[in-house]
Design a protein. Structure first.
Length: 337
């Protein structure tokens, strides 16, 4: 995360925080038979974004219900009186883009920096309920790029997630800069939001209880022998194919919970995108309904057209955009927007 000065040297003042979305390609393991659980894979993208302004205040003020809660918790953690938080842009909620984590951490960072304090985002994220399974959102907020996290010890994280604050965000096992020429197609069908809260906890608990350990072995092979080499060597084609395979294998774990390898109507969108030579691989980000596709700058226009055709083939309306990778963390700037 970048800043224009050491926060400890600043008097209280307004700041603006901006962070990007993240894509979640899947987990490395859901089986209790292996010693590490979860181990998420994902990447930061530059759009859509969270952008908010925070100013010191006597109490907590915000017209945004979720942000007000995050700000109250941040003030408690930091030992400050209050903050006024104004949200200018936010990610669509529960659509597979990491909205909750980016909003929570942006609020925490803004409150801390507005009071001249270090947010210590990774250490404080658990107290905001973030990083409980996947560490991709926290890592994306910190430095962006492609991220593989180390997961949690299986004996610590079994079928029930510990209480908020009673875990550590998974360490970053591998991080790579995503080549500047790569692009990500985002297709967001008009569909019910993805799972969150208690519903998400129940679904993951069920998936973990029944997860086949052999699937984890196959996922590990794809990550180690295909996905990591592809991003290290800068091959968008091989990366897209490998990310899509990680997603398909994860779908075997979640099929009973979401109605198939992909949740409806994601399967129809992915199938159509798979026919396009401009899209190197496609899959579902987190619980969806956002569908990602991997492409490059030269094929961006054709990929966007393929995204619209995929919505038409699925018989749904939606939003289509092509975005660049984000190889930097959240930005904190002094001053109000």
């Amino acid at each position: 995360m970048s800043a224009d000065a050491d926060p400890r040297d600043r008097p209280p003042r307004p700041v603006t925080v901006e962070s990007g979305a993240r894509l979640h390609f899947g987990f490395g393991n859901l089986s209790l038979a292996h010693e590490r659980l979860y181990g998420a894979v994902g990447a930061a993208v530059d759009e859509p974004r969270v952008r908010l302004t925070v100013a010191p205040a006597e109490g907590v003020e915000s017209a945004h219900d979720a942000v007000r809660g995050y700000a109250e918790r941040a003030c408690d953690l930091l030992g400050v009186d209050g903050a006024r938080v104004t949200v200018h842009e936010e990610l669509p909620r529960h659509m597979g883009l990491g909205s909750g984590t980016q909003l929570a951490l942006s609020t925490l960072a803004g409150v801390a920096r507005a009071h001249g304090l270090d947010p210590a985002v990774r250490e404080r994220a658990p107290a905001l309920g973030r990083g409980g399974r996947s560490g991709v959102g926290v890592a994306a907020f910190e430095r962006g790029g492609f991220v593989l996290d180390a997961g949690h010890p299986t004996g610590r994280f079994t079928t029930d997630r510990p209480a908020d604050g009673d875990w550590r965000v998974p360490a970053v096992a591998a991080r790579h800069r995503v080549p500047d020429g790569w692009r990500f197609l985002l297709v967001v069908p008009e569909a019910d939001p993805g799972r969150s809260g208690d519903d998400e906890d129940a679904s993951i608990r069920s998936a973990v209880e029944d997860a086949d350990p052999a699937v984890a072995d196959r996922v590990a092979g794809v990550i180690q022998r295909r996905l990591l080499p592809a991003v290290a060597e800068g091959s968008a084609e091989r990366f897209g194919e490998a990310a899509a395979e990680v997603g398909r294998l994860n779908g075997a774990w979640f099929a009973d919970e979401q109605g198939g390898v992909y949740r409806p109507p994601v399967g129809d969108v992915v199938a159509e995108l798979s026919e396009s030579p401009a899209v190197f691989g496609a899959g579902q980000s987190s619980w969806g309904p956002t569908v990602y596709g991997v492409t490059d700058a030269d094929r961006a226009g054709a990929a966007r057209e393929a995204g619209q055709r995929a919505l038409d083939a699925a018989g749904v309306d939606g939003d289509v955009r092509v975005v660049g990778p984000r190889n930097r963390g959240a930005e904190v700037r002094t001053g109000e927007e």
